[in-house]
Design a protein. Structure first.
Length: 139
């Protein structure tokens, strides 16, 4: 079940049949591939997300008599990946739903060049001035 989840995530990276005999070698290959990809790639978060998701799901099966379902683990891991990416890069203008559907959409974005959103607040007008509040619609 665990390898099937890894295979589904590997498919997002366009890689096929990279599984080695042991988990240590597999994670080493993953690390080498992460160094090739961009720094803001979801690829770098996937090992942590998958390991965390498998661990939490395993605990649910063992302690709460949960059902073993690799599709559910994969879906929960994709949600976790999207949430973790948005937590790490909050200024990237990508919806969580879009990241869940396709985690690789941010691979070519430069998160360091994202300009922060500036929130302009209302201030009390100076003495002798009026404030006219408008929305952005004009006819």
């Amino acid at each position: 079940m665990v390898w099937s989840i890894w295979k589904r995530f590997v498919a997002f990276g366009g890689i096929h049949n990279v599984f080695l005999g042991n988990p240590g070698s597999f994670l080493q290959v993953w690390l080498e591939e992460s160094l090739i990809r961009s720094a803001n790639s979801t690829w770098q978060l996937i090992p942590f997300v998958v390991l965390c998701s498998i661990w939490l799901y395993r605990n649910d099966v063992v302690f709460n008599k949960g059902i073993r379902d690799s599709s559910q683990v994969f879906f929960l891991a994709k949600i976790r990946l999207a949430k973790w990416f948005k937590a790490k890069f909050p200024l990237v203008a990508v919806l969580v739903d879009d990241l869940i559907a396709n985690p690789s959409i941010v691979d070519n974005m430069n998160v360091n060049r994202v300009t922060p959103v500036v929130v302009v607040g209302w201030e009390t007008p100076h003495l002798g001035f009026l404030t006219l509040n408008m929305d952005g619609v004009m006819l």
